[in-house]
Design a protein around this ligand. Structure first.
Ligand SMILES: C[S@@+](CC[C@H](N)C(=O)[O-])C[C@H]1O[C@@H](n2cnc3c(N)ncnc32)[C@H](O)[C@@H]1O
Length: 285
């Protein structure tokens, strides 16, 4: 849907967004204009954006790994750098399970024999990570969980089409016990901002995303340590835990994974600037 605007009105929208501090005012104007159903709708959307609401909350969706992920108000907006975690997860599933899947031109390859890979998206927020892994792999058993009811509702909508089941509760607590020892990939993009740095985040995040989605405790790794400590009980032999951190936190995160009995390594990308810690449960001898 889109409203048709004169070039003068279009320029007004761009100018309004630029004056409000939107760096990519032209791109944002294009997206808002194409999303608005009526001129009044557009005015309301521009007002909300100019007042500081994240663009994704105004539009109701974020682009992530080429997908449109619904993002409800108050739900963490998936970040483009997290696409690197998805890439790592997909590559690991392909190599460790011999799995299948959608290599070129959107065509699905015949699934490998046997059960589909089991993927858990822990601290799922909107469910973007799970949705993107499912889109890349085609056939997985997907489970997701979050403690925030708003995130759970949003993830349920995003994951319904791929058959993902979404649970509400603290970390592993709501997951079915039948998953223990069966998880091939545990993607846990947990909150990892150190408490005293939350105040330094851009106002969009500080004001419009829940503190629960951002604050990772004193050094930012409190939740990751809890996830790592229990991960060996949920991972299949040879299964992997993946979690995003900052580059600065990577060494301490590696230590946390090693302490829990996982074999750790760090994957780094400069573009986007992303660090992913990967811990692998040793395969059974
Ligand atoms: C940084 S956001 C990441 C969301 C999503 N994985 C993504 O990448 O877009 C962290 C998420 O962890 C959830 N969370 C925080 N503490 C949690 C806990 N103890 N148990 C489950 N989820 C938790 C928050 O509600 C939030 O949705």
């Amino acid at each position: 849907m889109s409203v048709s605007l004169s070039s003068r009105h279009r320029s007004d929208v761009v100018a309004r967004l630029r004056a409000a501090g939107c760096v990519f005012a032209e791109d944002e104007a294009r997206l808002l204009i194409s999303a608005a159903l009526t001129p009044a709708d557009l005015t309301a959307m521009v007002d909300r954006r100019a007042a500081g609401l994240p663009l994704e909350h105004v539009l109701g969706w974020a682009e992530f790994c080429g997908l449109r992920i619904a993002v409800d108000p108050g739900v963490f907006v998936p970040r483009r750098r997290t696409e690197f975690l998805v890439e790592q997860a997909v590559a690991l599933v392909r190599t460790t399970t011999g799995g299948l899947v959608r290599p070129a031109a959107g065509m699905l390859v015949q699934p490998a024999a046997g059960p589909p890979p089991v993927v858990v998206d822990l601290c799922c927020g909107s469910g973007a990570v799970g949705a993107a892994i499912a889109a890349a792999l085609g056939r997985i058993e997907l489970h997701a969980a979050d403690i925030d009811p708003a995130a759970v509702a949003c993830a349920r909508r995003n994951l319904a089409a791929v058959g993902g089941r979404v649970y509400e509760g603290d970390l592993y607590q709501p997951l079915p016990a039948t998953l223990r020892g069966r998880v091939d990939v545990l993607a846990a993009n947990v909150p990892y901002v150190p408490t005293e740095e939350v105040g330094l985040l851009p106002p969009e995040a500080r004001t419009h995303e829940p503190l629960l989605a951002l604050d990772g405790g004193m050094d930012g790794l409190d939740i990751l340590r809890r996830v790592a400590a229990a991960a060996p009980r949920w991972l299949a032999p040879g299964g992997h835990l993946l979690s995003e951190t900052s580059e600065r936190q990577a060494q301490r995160a590696v230590e946390a994974l090693a302490t829990s009995g996982l074999t750790p390594r760090v994957a780094r990308s400069d573009e986007p600037n992303a660090t992913v810690i990967i811990g692998t449960r040793p395969a059974l001898a």
